[in-house]
Design a protein around this ligand. Sequence first.
Ligand code: MSP
Length: 575
Amino acid sequence: MPASTADQTPYYITTPIYYVNDRPHIGHCYSTLIADVAARGQRLVGRDVFFLTGTDEHAEKVSKTAAENNKTPMEWATINAERFKAAFEFMNFSNDDFVRTTEERHKVKAVEYITKLKDEGVVTLGDYEGWYDPSQEEYLTEMVAKENDFNSPVTGKPLEKRVEQNWFFDLPRYEPWLKEQIESGELRILPEARKNEVLGRLKQGLRAVPVSRKIKEGDADWGIKMPGDDSHRIYVWIEALCNYLTTVDTDERRKYWEGEVVHLMAKDILWFHAIVWPAMLYALGKKPPETVYAHAYWIAEGKKMSKSLGNFIEIDLLEAYAERYSLDAMRWFLTTQGPLGANDSDFAHARFIEVYNADLANSVGNSMSRVGNMIDKYFGGTVPATCNGEFGFPNGSSLQTALIALSNAGKAVDDPARTYHFAEFTQNAVNDAVDALGRMDLGSMLSSGRSIVKHVDDFISYCAPFTLAKQLDTLDDGKHALESILYSCAEALRIASLLLSPAMPEKMAELWQNWDCDHLNTAEDSNSGFKAPLSELAAWGGAYSIKPGQKILKGEALFMRADAKEPAPEAESVS
Ligand code: MSP
């Protein structure tokens, strides 16, 4: 079975749900963007996708910042949840739902799960003493606390020694099962380096996890009460993890949990997702997620982003980049240059310009306008014929004709025996892209699309259709050769555009409109937005291929070249 028609099980991808104490920044947008690109990729392949994001609202820091801003926790949560929603809409994310943990649908189910865990006897009352990180609302092991000089490994703020009577989840009970799941790859932790980290930490042994916090005098009335114990609230982390299940625990959506589940987040919160949550699911009688993917961090112009440095790249700056270079260029930069692997990535303006010009203005955009312009100029914008995409020996008359034209024009041909097999090349690129998508290797998926563009560019510089075009009257089969060459370039770029579309949905849709390509299904009930799965859409000469008579409009350049000397865009100041 070719990779492009592979897995058809429902696909469920989630992002962390974000704290609503503050406004969204590049980190939140990045995780959600990666999930968006993966979701769009899977929909393109033809899978039934559910993509969830949302906000985590019952944290103590939400009620604290609300008070600092003279708002009730709910008012403050709503202000920020709306900011997240607006930012994600701006980023053109295709999430199928946005969950807020203050919604009834979440609260009711979360209570139901905790009650079940109590009934099963895996959540019980006990004493707990440990190092608490108030800035992250989590307890750390003695060892992690020591390693970080009793400061938060995430924010650097001091840890607090806390003793509490709490409800605990008996995590140690699941240690052998977790080890087996992770080692066997049944529960896939990606990237590989992160899997080793988790296994290493698992070796140090597990401790019971607090599931509740005692309500103290003066506490804001914020959070969900522990079922059967009004003196405690459910610990926000435990409640937050439940969102992945609460949102799809309905008759219509249950199929997504039963399908392939992918949780995406950054390395800071991998432990909760790779260890605590799968164990909770096991205790609830549910299968664990198939993949837990923890990417690394964005830093800004070489420095870690922090409140004290005031160098957070917030949504406003991303908007300024989108305004100047287009939203899809910004999505492209973040997706291809971001910290999807184990290493952090730097958001630097100079790098943005370099990537923008190299990948988009000079490559994807240039190739697409060049081919459109030639079809416009030589054939009045109407595709004249089709071609099977085979160039070179033994049936290479078109290529030979182009090479004759070149030598007539006194230009050298370095390697006269080259062959090009576009149908096979594009099919391989599609298969590679689908394989890469399955590994969440989105950079490679997009590179497969770019490899087609590069192949077309290489073909054009090799056979120089513009030189051939000047000799149509003198060469017997000149017109046919030019038709075959330009058809093949256009058809190959059409297929490339499909593979690039998860990162650049708007720009590629613009191309399809200019080129009269019939890929999109605007019917509301279409999960993917496409008329057919990728295997059919991308078939050379198939039902969706470019046809004789099809109009190719030149259109405006998709990406104008950027001037490296221009000062970087700046965020508009916000209140
Ligand atoms: N509310 C918890 C998550 C609960 S999930 C059940 C939380 N929220 S958060 O607002 O702090 O978001 C953390 C996540 O934001 C990270 O895991 C990552 O997805 C994203 N990022 C935050 N800063 C980041 C960078 N500097 N770089 C990349 N992504 C980062 O933790």
